[in-house]
Design a protein around this ligand. Structure first.
Ligand SMILES: NC(=O)C1=CN([C@@H]2O[C@H](COP(=O)(O)OP(=O)(O)OC[C@H]3O[C@@H](n4cnc5c(N)ncnc54)[C@H](OP(=O)(O)O)[C@@H]3O)[C@@H](O)[C@H]2O)C=CC1
Ligand SMILES: O=C(CO)COP(=O)(O)O
Length: 326
């Protein structure tokens, strides 16, 4: 058995570490030659996961053709590049496990729908949950949702990743698992703004709760199950990302809250803050489904430079009072 991991950023590298710990042959595809070289020669991803020793059994390649004999692939590129990378894979119906968090901007499609259009027959799974890459790569414990329609295939995939510190929980709610991960990144930007503006812990907890109501409204409208949204890939990841400066999305929001512009903050970043790409498409998809997402709308306006952080906060607080609930 040989597992391929497509994407040599922080998360792909951490997942390769998880897979290699199971003793299976693990191939990591990275676009960046420096990543390939440093993983193979120094057993470290010096660009995206510096300082974390990697399992020497992980082999890196820059050639997608080398994945031709893998019997399952974890797809871990940023969401907006996933389609192009899948299109360049050797053509086979190998199970794909989608690990990015986002919605495709140019089509408004969820990633499993994008993957399905490109691979009509093979199994497609979504892996998502509270998983900062540096913690997972260092062997610290967490749990994730592994969502797939074919539960027998899900059990086989789960068993190739599960370990004492990495616990996948199976689900058949593919849309639900994906929506949690995509939406929480946008909400984490909002929580970062609260931090940047020093609005306090109460404000952040209130925003997480109302953000979860927003995620649930959107998820239910798009076919997710409430227990998935309240699980690891939804609420679990929302709480993690909304409360830690380790989150790229949260730290982007903090910068916005401190008065910097999105362009300024994104210019000197090599790593991806998916919420910035997800926010506009999320809002479009929500509007088309008649779902009100005021927090996501505020993040969108702020990212686009259409309002200041003060104005975004004022608008949210001036909304008409209403009863609680989704
Ligand atoms: N980091 C984390 O803790 C977690 C991340 N995720 C998700 O995983 C996905 C990947 O994030 P992460 O690993 O953190 O990424 P990083 O920010 O660590 O790295 C960015 C990666 O994207 C690659 N990339 C950039 N442009 C392209 C392109 N055109 N085609 C293919 N690859 C490209 C980069 O390669 P290059 O160097 O060649 O530009 C690099 O490998 C995201 O959707 C993220 O939300 C999910 C859970 C945890
Ligand atoms: O998805 C993540 C943790 O589960 C990583 O979050 P950030 O992309 O905001 O760093």
């Amino acid at each position: 058995m040989k597992l391929g991991v497509i994407g040599g950023g922080a998360w792909g590298t951490a997942l390769a570490q998880v897979a290699a710990a199971k003793g299976q042959e693990t191939l990591l595809w990275a676009r960046e030659p420096d990543v390939v070289a440093s993983v193979n020669a120094a057993h470290e991803n010096r660009l995206y996961l510096p300082g974390i020793p990697l399992n020497p059994a992980i082999r890196a390649t820059g050639d997608l053709a080398d994945t031709a004999d893998c019997d399952a692939l974890l797809i871990v590129t940023p969401a907006q590049h996933m389609r192009t990378v899948i299109a360049d894979l050797p053509p086979r119906d190998v199970p794909l496990v989608l690990c990015a968090k986002g919605i495709e901007d140019k089509t408004g499609l969820f990633l499993h729908d994008v993957a399905r259009t490109m691979q009509p027959r093979g199994a497609i799974a979504v892996l998502s949950g509270p998983t900062f890459a540096h913690e997972v790569a260092a062997g610290l414990p967490t749990a994730v949702t592994l969502a797939i329609e074919d539960q027998a295939m899900g059990e086989r995939l789960r068993d190739r990743l599960a370990g004492p510190a990495f616990r996948p929980y199976l689900s058949s709610d593919v849309a639900g698992a994906e929506i949690g991960g995509a939406v929480k990144n946008v909400l984490a930007i909002a929580c970062g703004v609260v931090e940047g503006k020093r609005l306090g812990q109460n404000a952040r907890a209130a925003l997480i709760s109302r953000g979860f109501a927003e995620m649930t409204r959107f998820g239910l409208a798009k076919g997710a199950r409430v227990e998935t949204l309240a699980g690891l890939s939804g609420l679990g990841d929302l709480v993690l990302t909304c409360s830690s400066i380790s989150s790229r999305n949260f730290s982007l929001g903090k910068g916005l809250g401190e008065g910097k512009s999105a362009a300024e903050l994104m210019a000197d970043r090599r790593t991806v803050a998916e919420g910035a790409f997800t926010a506009p498409v999320l809002l479009r998809v929500a509007k088309a489904a008649n779902v009100d997402m005021p927090i996501a709308a505020a993040v969108c306006a702020l990212l686009a430079g259409d309002c200041t952080a003060d104005e975004a906060v004022e608008r949210l607080l001036a909304r008409p009072l209403r009863s609680e609930g989704v």
